[in-house]
Design a binder for this molecule. Structure first.
Ligand SMILES: Nc1nc2c(ncn2[C@@H]2O[C@H](COP(=O)(O)OP(=O)(O)OP(=O)(O)O)[C@@H](O)[C@H]2O)c(=O)[nH]1
Ligand SMILES: [Mg+2]
Ligand SMILES: [Zn+2]
Length: 280
């Protein structure tokens, strides 16, 4: 049979097949060959023995959260508790660009910020929309439902940002555990412990454990540069410009003239390891 792993808890892999869930173990060879199944994997399995025989080729594979075969990723982005972070947002967008997964920015906790602060953040988010990214609010459930239809989506974001809360709003039947924010730490407490995949209407959604900071692998500087999609709008005279110390760099000019959001450029420098404080 061919099924899909929807949850993993210690050595049990819950495989969904024709509306039924089979708690499976893996063949011994998996351990020997260091094959590690993740949620989202399509597998060949024996229904009667509850044994996974083989993982089918993956469309993509992510490390944190450990998921595979996704079409799009929602970054659940809290404006307060935990506070809004452009560094985190840009990291996430770079990760998604490099991995060719559509990112969707989903804002939560607008109700907790003052109006002028909300306006400021709204202006910044307009910039991201201009770049082509979809930005939604967790209050706009009907838009989110349309976005997830027929797709496999993962909800990712900091612990306490409101991933599970939003999933419960999409479908109250899931009744997922949500956590209070620790006032002392200003962040959540890792309420969701394991990745879980849910089918909904024509799509699939994964709830994932939150992170405190986003794991950012060492990609090459070129990969990171190319993931800042607006840079290519302003071609530099030097073709392979790194937009750091080159003369006549068009990207730097357009940062000065506010066509490029300064925080984006500074995050770019940070991500490629330039000491931003030294530079300014
Ligand atoms: N005021 C306000 N609180 C929210 C909103 N969304 C979520 N919360 C609260 O934030 C807290 C954390 O929400 P969760 O849904 O558990 O967060 P999570 O992202 O699933 O966290 P982890 O499972 O730890 O990764 C809960 O107390 C929610 O009630 C929102 O839009 N406004
Ligand atoms: Mg959660
Ligand atoms: Zn340049």
């Amino acid at each position: 049979m061919e099924g899909q792993i929807i949850k993993i808890s210690s050595d049990l892999h819950y495989v969904s097949y024709k509306d039924k869930i089979y708690p499976c173990k893996c063949r011994g060879v998996f351990r020997k060959e260091h094959i590690v199944p993740v949620v989202g994997d399509y597998v060949l399995f024996q229904k009667n023995n509850c044994l996974i025989e083989k993982i089918l080729p993956r469309k993509n594979l992510f490390d944190r959260p450990k998921v595979s075969n996704i079409d799009q990723a929602f970054l659940i982005t809290s404006l307060k508790y935990p506070s809004f972070s452009l560094n985190l947002l840009d990291k996430f967008l770079v990760l998604m660009e490099i991995n060719h997964v559509r990112p969707i920015i989903c804002i939560t906790k607008e109700d907790l910020v003052e109006e002028d602060e909300l306006k400021k953040i709204g202006q910044i988010l307009k910039y991201y929309e201009k770049l082509g990214y979809t930005v939604v609010s967790n209050t706009d459930i009907s838009t989110i439902k349309k976005l997830i239809d027929n797709k496999t989506s993962v909800f990712t974001g900091q612990t306490g940002a409101g991933k599970s809360t939003l999933l419960n709003k999409i479908n109250p039947e899931w009744n997922l555990e949500t956590g209070e924010i620790s006032m002392a730490l200003g962040r959540g407490r890792h309420t969701t412990r394991v990745v879980e995949l849910f089918s909904f209407l024509g799509g699939k959604i994964m709830d994932t454990p939150g992170f405190s900071s986003l794991d950012f692998k060492n990609y090459t500087n070129e990969e990171i540069r190319n993931a800042f999609v607006e840079f290519s709008t302003y071609p530099c005279p030097f073709k392979d410009c790194s937009h750091t110390n080159e003369n006549e760099c068009s990207v730097k000019k357009h940062v000065s003239s506010f066509d490029i959001l300064e925080s984006r450029y500074l995050n770019y420098l940070k991500f490629i390891g330039v000491d931003v404080n030294e530079k300014s």
